[in-house]
Design a protein. Structure first.
Length: 229
């Protein structure tokens, strides 16, 4: 029987995967909450920025399962994984293969909670995108859908968060989660990171697929219910 449990970041061991953007913002917040954070990076490019947060750089490529095994083996028990791994429309393989490799490694190493950050437009949220936007992003969104399906098939306490269009401005504090699959809009990377950390601390979000939007930056005026963590 599956059980759900919240993860208190304080003194927890958490692996964050993803080159920059939302991943770095998540790492910064988790460190502020007292977590032990390892950030998976393919290169040394962001080492100083990550170490300045008092987080630990784990060099490895999610496309290589052996790298992931070494990363997990070097950490004395990973309580949770947050993945913001993504590719490009030219090469979206990281969206599927990279995330799937990470999910399989997390299962193998007994991880309790896995939060996967994908995008509005993935899977049953296709209608959240305009047809033009969907056509441009389709190669990436189809690969993200494969990763979501893999995560849903596991016994981990998983959460899938699908943000709208990402912005680099300062967080507004207006970010919310919803189970509505038709909403869309923009949201800052910092606000997405805040929602990821809040979801980690709540068992109510376990095994939920949630869209992340800013209530002041919605496209149109949709009616939707905010998911309460």
């Amino acid at each position: 029987m599956q059980t759900s449990a919240a993860i208190d970041p304080d003194n927890a061991s958490i692996l964050v995967a993803g080159g920059g953007g939302v991943g770095l913002e998540v790492t910064r917040r988790l460190k502020d909450m007292g977590a032990w954070v390892w950030q998976l990076q393919r290169t040394e490019k962001r080492r100083k920025e990550i170490e300045d947060m008092m987080a630990i750089v784990a060099i490895g490529d999610a496309m290589n399962p052996e790298d992931l095994d070494k990363t997990f083996a070097a950490i004395d028990g990973v309580d949770a994984v947050v993945s913001t791994i993504g590719g490009t429309t030219a090469d979206p393989s990281a969206d599927s293969t990279g995330n799937i490799n990470l999910i399989e490694a997390a299962v193998k190493h007994g991880v309790q909670k896995f939060i996967l950050v994908t995008s509005i437009g993935t899977g049953d949220s296709k209608d959240g995108c305009s047809p033009d936007v969907y056509d441009v992003l389709k190669p990436v969104l189809l690969e993200k859908e494969k990763a979501e399906a893999k995560l849903k098939s596991t016994d981990m306490d998983w959460i899938i968060i699908r943000p709208g269009g990402l912005q680099s401005e300062e967080p507004t504090g207006n970010g919310v989660l919803t189970e509505n699959t038709t909403v869309c809009g923009t949201i800052t990377r910092g606000d997405v990171a805040d929602l990821v950390c809040k979801a980690m601390r709540s068992s109510s979000a376990d095994r939920k697929v949630l869209s992340a939007v800013d209530t002041e930056k919605m496209f149109g005026s949709p009616e939707f219910e905010i998911f309460k963590l």
